[in-house]
Design a protein around this ligand. Structure first.
Ligand code: IVH
Length: 695
């Protein structure tokens, strides 16, 4: 859905308009914030922002680094501008022991059809925060945090204060444009010195070096960043206008040549059999290193292999983080509290006597579900072993049985602690759920909290606590009410901890999100089993909101064509289809969705990024023995280009790729007159010349 006139804009006109709008909106922001004297009515101001967002939606490549869309209010008052990553910033899968590491290597080898050992580069894994630094013609132009992986915060000004750690200019030859990625962190010594200074100034202490580094980088005032001593190790590549190396190890050399610090403990390992020894060696040095590490990252050295392996979900198939064992400590279980989640699930949480586990203060641990409490035989008052591994929530490992025990076994409630409704546990499920649905205040609040969360509507200034307070005030019944909060700006401004400016910023943050991508909209509804990736699948399949809504409502009829279509979307399946259909079968839910949609401009799903690939939308069958890639690799590659890969040839098949010794499928394709391609012709079609035969 775009504004009138926008479909007719040429690219050049759009660029000009975006520049004008960025200037104009910044001008009005300044008048508002600094002079408290706006020149235009709020509605007109909002119209400018919406027009800007609509043009950006049509020309995503033209989004400016100073785009007002995601910037709320004046930059200084209301946070950082957001920057979209040209190449998503993803995370890593973990291995916790040699078996898991070996399984990772086997998967990669199978995918590639290799039998030879894999050559790796091993790098200590520092738990800091990842950033991307863009250089144009060798000059540092911008830097962003990882954010949600797609969009991060523009922290350029702060990165410029980091001295030699972030070179302002690359030494030697550099590509026309390159994004270099690495980890910003704080050394143990700098962390301790900072906390000592904080203590002397009676300021809040940081829990660990990671938080201190993140807090240091995400300062609105770059002078504060400059006063924090932050370090950086470079270790990865984002986008580059030209190839800069053939191996990761070669790339690390280039990084050093350009003037970056690269972790001096990084090593090339000729085969994966050396990994366990390296892991032990780094583990032994761990406590004496000047910075905290939580494992070692192993990356396949050959960049061509990395490209072939690609990504699955949010992690590469070519790298893994082998984590060190979790750190443990013992403490007393003071209480078990039951939380009610957004879909009514009751989750027990352990309240602990606060304890330092590997440098972090732990006061709570997850207990997962009632069976786990029973399995561990937990009683309130027990002494328990607590462990913490990386970023995960601390867990209770076991009861220390030779310490005095609690008196009575814990009895799990069968009513919801928030609304008193029955809490039932269906046969064969581990989770007990409140049956109160939307009458349960806990579920309503949790849904709202999910709705505004970072990967959903991402409304700055609306955290968990604010949602709870506004809900208690009676201002929020459903998500549509969030968009009516600006009408209460004056009431909000006089609340404790608020003021005119922060209330105004909240209104602006809310208005800024009135235009939303379909996939975020779907995810934000908080329907059970519809996480981000399913939301994306749905958005791409149904492409626009009106179509999606109509199909979902029709799918509530069991056995309807719409239900069958929904269940056959690759990655959705019948269980999820049923969950969605059940949601839309409830009129109350449809009313909530409609009320919300009425407040919003929901953008059509970006036709898959691969829409212009020559095989996008085609149904492809691979048959016979492929010689330059495994079947799994061929399938993943085809799917990444937007093709659908099926096993059997039918009238719906568009292309059959015929390997050696192909049998009946090739014959059937010929009978049906379907296009057949040799493996080489297929590669040529998809523009993949890298035909390295498996060894
Ligand atoms: S490579 C696609 N290398 O670990 C791969 N990450 O758990 C991108 N990290 O988000 C990451 N040291 O913040 C890589 N030598 C290293 C790393 C490293 C620390 C962090 C990074 C990443 C996280 C994933």
């Amino acid at each position: 859905m775009t504004e009138p006139g926008i479909p007719d804009l040429s690219e050049a006109e759009a660029r000009g308009e975006l520049a004008r709008l960025a200037m104009e909106i910044a001008y009005h922001d300044r008048l508002y914030h600094q002079n408290d004297a706006p020149e235009i009515a709020d509605a007109d101001y909002d119209a400018l922002r919406r027009r800007n967002a609509a043009i950006e939606a049509r020309f995503p490549a033209l989004v400016r680094s100073d785009s007002p869309t995601n910037r709320v209010g004046g930059a200084a008052e209301a946070g950082f501008a957001k920057l979209r990553h040209k190449v998503p910033m993803l995370s890593l899968d973990n291995a916790f022991d040699a078996t898991e590491f070996a399984a990772f290597c086997d998967r990669a080898r199978r995918f590639l059809g290799l039998t030879a050992p894999l050559v790796f580069v091993a790098e200590p894994k520092i738990d800091g925060l990842s950033i991307g630094l863009t250089y144009e013609n060798g000059v540092f132009v911008r830097g962003a945090t990882r954010g949600d992986g797609t969009e991060g915060e523009d922290v350029t000004a702060n990165l410029r204060t980091m001295g030699a750690a972030v070179p302002q200019r690359l030494e030697g030859d550099a590509p026309a444009s390159i994004e270099i990625r690495g980890e910003v962190f704080m050394t143990k010594a700098d962390f301790l010195a900072l906390n000592a200074a904080q203590a002397a100034a009676e300021q809040k202490l940081f829990a660990n070096p990671r938080n201190a580094a993140a807090g240091g980088l995400r300062q609105l005032d770059p002078r504060i960043t400059a006063s924090r001593r932050l370090s950086l190790f470079a270790y990865a590549m984002g986008d580059s206008s030209e190839p800069v190396a053939e191996t990761h190890f070669g790339y690390l050399d280039r990084l050093r040549g350009w003037g970056f610090a690269v972790n001096p403990l990084s090593r090339r390992l000729d085969s994966e059999t050396q990994a366990a020894a390296f892991q032990d060696q780094i583990g032994a040095q761990r406590s004496s290193l000047p910075y905290d590490i939580d494992g070692v990252v192993y990356k396949i050295d050959d960049l061509a292999l990395q490209r072939r392996l690609g990504f699955v979900g949010r992690a590469p198939r070519w790298a893994i983080a082998w984590k060190f064992p979790a750190e443990q400590a013992t403490t007393v279980l003071r209480d078990i509290r039951i939380q009610v989640g957004r879909t009514g699930a009751l989750t027990p949480v352990a309240e602990l006597e606060p304890i330092n586990v590997g440098g972090v203060l732990v006061a709570r641990a997850t207990l997962h579900n009632e069976d786990e409490i029973a399995r561990k035989g937990l009683r309130i008052g027990d002494t328990v072993v607590v462990q913490r591994a990386g970023d995960v929530i601390p867990q209770i490992v076991e009861v220390v049985t030779d310490k005095p025990r609690g008196e009575v076994a814990y009895v799990y409630p069968d009513v919801c602690p928030a609304c008193g409704s029955h809490a039932v546990r269906p046969p064969n499920e581990v989770v007990r759920r409140c049956t109160g649905g939307l009458i349960c205040p806990a579920q309503r609040v949790e849904r709202l909290i999910h709705f505004v969360s970072r990967n959903a509507f991402d409304i700055d200034g609306l955290g968990e606590k604010t949602i709870q307070e506004f809900y208690a005030e009676g201002w929020l019944h459903g998500p549509a009410d969030l968009f009516r909060l600006p009408e209460r700006e004056a009431d909000i401004a006089v609340r404790k901890d608020w003021g005119k400016l922060s209330a105004r910023n909240l209104s602006k943050a809310i208005h800024a999100r009135r235009t939303i991508a379909l996939e975020r909209f779907i995810f934000a509804l908080g329907i059970r089993r519809i996480g981000e990736s399913n939301a994306k699948l749905l958005a791409r399949h149904y492409t626009n909101y009106a179509n999606w809504r109509a199909q979902m409502v029709a799918a509530k009829i069991v056995g309807s064509d719409e239900r069958l279509t929904l269940g056959s979307i690759l990655g959705i399946g019948p269980t999820i289809a049923e969950e969605l259909a059940d949601f839309f079968a409830e009129d109350r839910n449809v009313a909530i969705v409609d009320a919300l949609a009425a407040e919003l401009t929901i953008e059509d799903a970006a036709a898959a990024e691969v829409a212009d690939s020559p095989v996008a939308g085609k149904t492809v069958v691979f048959t016979g023995t492929l010689e330059t890639m495994t079947r799994q690799e061929a399938k993943a590659r085809a799917e990444s280009l937007g093709a659908k890969v099926t096993d059997s040839v039918s009238k719906k098949t568009d292309i059959v790729v015929v390997g050696a010794d192909a049998g009946s499928k090739a014959r059937k394709a010929a009978e049906l007159g379907i296009e057949t391609l040799t493996e080489a012709a297929w590669r040529a079609r998809i523009g993949d010349p890298e035909a390295a035969p498996p060894t």
